[in-house]
Design a protein. Structure first.
Length: 694
């Protein structure tokens, strides 16, 4: 029997589970006892002090005991329904609203008169206190009423109470079996950071002692600390290790001459901002190392990152090597290509454009010239990472709008050279806590300062009753020769949701404003069609561009000074900020109008109002992270892959910092985790590696 036998035991052998239920649990990702132990309660209900409905305060997460009065649904629009469970206690009543069904059969369980527990966050909707998507459980009279009851996320056919029973049975069997739960963290680390034991933490989290207090409900006990610390620690350890490993690869050390670079700069109609200069210096310093650069360049929209990439590429090219810039859209690739051509071709640097539909030149010729080294700089979309693309000596790979790409794609671009220097660029400012996790193995340069002379954008959050005024304002702007963007969340009418869509609204606008020339742009169009529309917009042959978020990244048309976003509540703050960045690029006074849909909650409104309050992308990113969680920044797939089951990137940032420091110290002391006391660490880390990204 190996030492992990106990927590490795299939869930089927837990008392009360059996083969049939274990199949179901396996589909939910619960296969072993360990999976069950790591299915942590998301809250605790304190049965000792029930809350009155009358005393509820907006923003708090509470549990209360109440009786169901009525279950109903309210149709909104033609297709959607809101489900409403009205509950009461001695002090008053409160509505529990659901905008979708949590799982099949959820509402069918409830009857008027049923005693329930309601656990959720209190929201204020148009001046009234209510719950949105709370968890409602049938109240069980057998439950021990003077204790904290753990609340688990329920699924169809699996109540919180059942889960609690299984976990308790599993813990009991672990405690009576002779095989201990293996401790994953070395003793010195546990001592240094005062971390509780692993089994003890599992036990206390699932079965809080009778005298425990409010710190449990806040998930802030020494036991929670231990688990959160460990979750962060594995990620930070991986990052620290991969950062260390980079230094073992060898890259071309570029000795910058600043010769051509100076000439190019002298030809530009403006001078660099000091943030651009320092970013360039940081990059050049990295490029001069004989191990590969791994750097992230963060800069708000319009801060001039492209130029930083091009000016550093010059040094690589002057040293006789090739550089590549990969961007997410064809529109952007063409835009960059034009800029690059303009500044480089007078100096004999050969620039090429490679997209899946390269209109500019024969792709065969481009491929041949990339291979022979005749092309010095190539700008392209994902077409760059096709197998047939070969370079002579790629030494510098730049990925623009890097969050649009997956880790694999970035890696594939790197594989086109022999450990080339890598520069990732993003206009989505990443909150500090996330930068420490997801990008923990990157060095970061930041451009905060915008080029001088930009007029601040006026932002207004507006409701549908003002829509006509907005349209008329737009008509007035275009009659003065200005241009506008009109952004929609969807391409076409949707069966499921009642949202304005780009195609239908475009058709309406064309009829309503015959003097304005409208264009339509969305992701379902072919790239030729998109290009044609973009070209016309650039030449002001189209005055108002009706579009989905395909224009979100990077597009630069200085004459456009107005952007209207429909259903602004559907977008993340960072995304809205990106969209807003499409205007305010010239010296014109610019406007961003955020139109809210009907029936939006106060919460959504407050959220979107952030854009009126600040123009600082970093501040918005922090707010977005607090409100919507990390998915916005790292992509849902990747945020799941971080493997956090309890730790929270917003509220647990202090723990994250400690775990990061601990990981760094450990790697500095024992880079390959070879010491005997670190063997368990290394093995666990290798197991975890599969879970994490990169
Ligand atoms: P982003 O950082 O969003 O990618 P861009 O690189 O597209 O920004 O730059 C936005 C615009 O600002 C471009 O038109 C570019 O030519 C211009 N620009 C870049 N640097 C400066 C500068 N130092 N002074 C004035 N304009 C600049
Ligand atoms: Mg850009």
């Amino acid at each position: 029997m190996n030492m992990f036998a106990a927590i490795d035991t299939p869930i089927q052998y837990v008392k009360g589970v059996g083969p049939k239920l274990s199949d179901y649990l396996a589909r939910k990702g619960l296969r072993t006892i360990l999976d069950l132990l790591e299915y942590y309660p998301r809250a605790y209900e304190d049965c000792r002090q029930a809350r009155d409905i009358r005393s509820l305060v907006e923003g708090e997460t509470v549990g209360l005991k109440a009786k169901i009065i009525k279950v109903s649904h309210i149709p909104i629009g033609t297709r959607r329904k809101i489900y409403d469970v009205l509950v009461m206690d001695g002090s008053g009543s409160v509505h529990c609203k659901y905008f979708r069904i949590p799982f099949r059969g959820y509402f069918e369980r409830f009857r008027p008169g049923m005693e329930v527990r309601v656990v959720g966050r209190v929201v204020n909707y148009r001046g009234k206190i209510e719950f949105h998507h709370p968890d409602i459980y049938e109240f069980n009279k057998d439950e021990n009423l003077d204790a904290l009851v753990p609340i688990y996320v329920e699924t169809e056919g699996l109540t919180s109470r059942k889960i609690s029973r299984f976990v308790k049975a599993a813990i009991d069997s672990l405690k009576t079996s002779k095989v201990a739960v293996p401790e994953t963290l070395p003793k010195w680390l546990r001592d240094k950071y005062r971390l509780r034991g692993r089994l003890e933490s599992f036990e206390k989290i699932h079965c809080p002692p009778p005298d425990s207090g409010v710190e449990f409900s806040k998930l802030k006990t020494p036991y929670h600390y231990r688990i959160k610390f460990e979750e962060f620690f594995w990620l930070e350890l991986l990052l620290a290790r991969s950062h260390e490993k980079l230094k073992t690869h060898s890259a071309i050390a570029v000795r910058s001459k600043k010769n051509l670079c100076g000439k190019i700069l002298a030809n530009l109609p403006f001078s660099l901002t000091s943030d651009q200069k320092s970013a360039i210096d940081e990059i050049l310093k990295d490029l001069s190392n004989s191990y590969p650069m791994h750097r992230l360049l963060q800069g708000d929209v319009g801060s001039g990152k492209t130029l930083v990439a091009f000016l550093t590429a010059v040094e690589v090219i002057e040293s006789g090597y090739q550089a590549a810039v990969m961007v997410p859209t064809e529109i952007l690739a063409e835009q960059h290509y034009k800029v690059a051509n303009r500044i480089f071709s007078p100096h004999g640097i050969k620039v090429a454009l490679l997209t899946s539909k390269s209109s500019s030149a024969d792709p065969k010729e481009i491929l041949a010239e990339l291979k022979s080294g005749k092309i010095n700089l190539v700008i392209g979309t994902q077409a760059l990472i096709q197998e047939k693309v070969e370079f002579r000596n790629l030494a510098y790979a730049v990925v623009d709008e890097q969050h649009r790409f997956g880790v694999e794609q970035r890696q594939e671009l790197k594989n086109k050279g022999i450990s080339p220097h890598l520069l990732l660029m993003t206009a989505t400012p990443i909150p500090r806590s996330l930068a420490l996790t997801v990008y923990g193995d990157l060095d970061v340069s930041i451009i905060r300062e915008k080029p001088p002379g930009r007029v601040p954008i006026q932002t207004r959050v507006v409701f549908q009753n003002k829509r006509q005024q907005v349209l008329e304002f737009m008509a007035k702007q275009t009659s003065k020769g200005r241009q506008a963007y009109f952004i929609f969340p969807l391409v076409e009418e949707s069966e499921k949701i009642d949202l304005k869509d780009a195609v239908r609204e475009y058709e309406k606008l064309v009829i309503e404003f015959p003097k304005i020339k409208f264009g339509l742009l969305h992701g379902k169009m072919s790239s030729e069609e998109k290009d044609e529309v973009m070209q016309k917009f650039r030449k002001n042959e189209i005055h108002v561009l009706v579009s989905t978020t395909v224009i979100e990244v990077g597009v630069d048309v200085p004459n456009a000074n107005m952007i209207v976003v429909e259903h602004a509540e559907r977008f993340g703050l960072s995304q809205l900020h990106q969209l807003r960045g499409r205007v305010g690029r010239g010296s014109l006074k610019s406007f961003c109008i955020l139109l809210m849909g009907n029936a939006v909650s106060n919460e959504s409104r407050e959220r979107v109002m952030w854009l009126e309050k600040t123009n600082d992308g970093f501040e918005l990113a922090e707010a977005d992270l607090k409100i919507r969680g990390p998915g916005e920044f790292v992509g849902t797939r990747q945020s799941g892959a971080l493997g956090f089951k309890m730790a929270d990137l917003v509220s647990d940032i202090e723990i994250l910092k400690e775990a990061r420091q601990a990981a760094k110290n450990l790697i500095a002391m024992d880079p390959e985790l070879k010491r005997p006391e670190h063997i368990v660490l290394r093995e666990t880390l290798e197991e975890r590696q599969r879970i994490f990204i990169g």
